[in-house]
Design a protein. Structure first.
Lengths: 140, 140
């Protein structure tokens, strides 16, 4: 990996591929991409950049591993537990273990955020279809 | 810790203290502050925000642990090994083990960057005074 990887001004980086967020059909989401910026041995961690297009949203899910998030582009909402928080550029979000969470871009612009996770992490759990409405209530 | 900690637009965050970069006299540096944004158990990692005032610079040092860096404010130079790289907002810098490195803000504006490190890391080594000139040569 190069020592310096320049950003191109559109939230893409030299030598960093734009990946699918998840396989289509694996879980509900809308208009999200994923880029792995760092993948380190010590700490065993990944720093990823997710971008949610205007009006899009990530999967509503929970898991044991924590997320440490910094928004670096745009605005939106973070649903974490029983609260929907307004978030904007440089805001920090901590997602605790086994807490339902979902990121929504605003209608007007993309929401881009860094997300630090352990390399050794459990798979997300999805809500049952009848649970989604209650969990999502703070967004309405 | 709060789930969301808002940024105030000046690279300060709710509930995050602005710390000394290092104790005065511990090592050479000029006009640097440190903020610990995340301190996680799994991964055992810290994500810090360093800000170097216009014209300032961090300590020239090396260590076994690696740095994963993203610039989020301003411009400057990163000396890593035998090269001085121009860096700007959102550029990524990887500092390999035991590689001399130093960050310099431009003369006009501060340089602010995120730096991901292991919680379990070795102490930095400083160059002997007669080594500094040779190591710093790429900056001139």
């Amino acid at each position: 990996m190069s020592i310096v990887r320049h950003a191109d001004g559109t939230f893409h980086w030299e030598g960093v591929d734009v990946l699918k967020y998840k396989d289509e059909g694996a879980a509900p989401f809308k208009d999200v991409t994923r880029q792995v910026l760092f993948d380190t041995q010590d700490p065993p961690a990944q720093l990823r950049y997710f971008e949610v297009a205007a009006g899009g949203w990530t999967t509503l899910e929970r898991h044991q591993h924590v997320h440490a998030v910094m928004v670096i582009r745009g605005r939106g909402k973070a649903l974490v537990g029983d609260t929907a928080y307004d978030i904007g550029t440089h805001d920090l979000v901590s997602v605790p273990p086994m807490t339902w969470h979902q990121f929504h871009a605003s209608a007007e612009e993309p929401l881009g955020f860094l997300c630090l996770v352990s390399s050794n992490r459990d798979r997300p759990q999805l809500p049952d279809s009848h649970e989604v409405e209650a969990i999502s209530k703070p967004l309405r």
